[in-house]
Design a protein around this ligand. Structure first.
Ligand SMILES: [Zn+2]
Length: 236
């Protein structure tokens, strides 16, 4: 696959970077909501590999393991940590609402939405792991029988085709169910219990936790990379 537009802005202001270490970011925790935001990590080839905390992203940027990929009108701009601190200072004045901020001792730093690993060329994990958290995220905490939304604590995982009748653990055979529906269904198939699934359970094509996050405008810039990742994996 071809490399995307890649304008690298390199400014070497080592003195400034030295003044800003990860400790000064940690120390500012109390006033920095920005540390709660999430950062999409791309590999060297611009494929999405995972989502990490802002704190980890900064520590990778500071140690030159990664660079910032800033999406602006569909074009990618790449910044090393030093140039990102400069961009941040300009952005703090003119586009404050568009970023989350971390307060450091000397200035405010915008949390990048996306970083790119400079040395990592392994392929992203292609399959979404089957676990409780991802199942709840796939079903968006809705009982797949009555269709109602419940807090995680009031949902259980139901084997559509029960274990006792040979049903296994798979994306296609596990769904979220509220306690009431689960009890009503008992050890029966939906057909035997005369119950209907609101939709056919499937393996999600991308990590459902990432999909949920993408409904938030703050993370709109992730979309092109995630769709990209999906197609690259499928066409391989
Ligand atoms: Zn239910």
């Amino acid at each position: 696959m071809g490399r995307k537009k890649n304008n690298t802005h390199k400014h070497h202001k080592k003195a400034q970077a030295a003044a800003l270490d990860i400790d000064s970011i940690n120390a500012a925790d109390a006033v920095s909501l920005g540390l709660d935001s999430k950062v999409l990590v791309l590999n060297k080839f611009y494929l999405a590999v995972r989502v990490i905390s802002a704190r980890r992203a900064f520590s990778m940027l500071i140690s030159d393991l990664a660079e910032v990929v800033h999406v602006d009108d569909g074009a990618y701009l790449n910044y090393d940590f030093e140039s990102w601190t400069e961009v941040s200072q300009a952005a703090a004045e003119v586009e404050r609402e568009e970023h989350d901020w971390v307060r450091t001792v000397r200035f405010d730093l915008a949390v990048p939405r996306i970083i790119r690993l400079l040395g990592y060329d392994r392929l992203p994990q292609q399959r979404v792991k089957l676990n409780r958290r991802n199942l709840f995220a796939r079903d968006r905490n809705h009982c797949q029988y009555c269709g109602h939304h419940f807090p995680t604590s009031e949902l259980s995982i139901d084997h559509v085709n029960p274990k006792s009748q040979g049903g296994g653990d798979s994306w296609e055979n596990l769904v979220c169910s509220c306690i009431r529906c689960n009890t009503r269904k008992g050890g029966r198939t939906p057909q035997q219990a005369n119950m209907k699934l609101i939709c056919t359970p499937k393996r999600p094509r991308r990590n459902p936790l990432i999909s949920m996050r993408m409904t938030n405008d703050r993370y709109a810039s992730w979309k092109q990379f995630l769709d990209n990742a999906y197609w690259s994996v499928e066409l391989r």
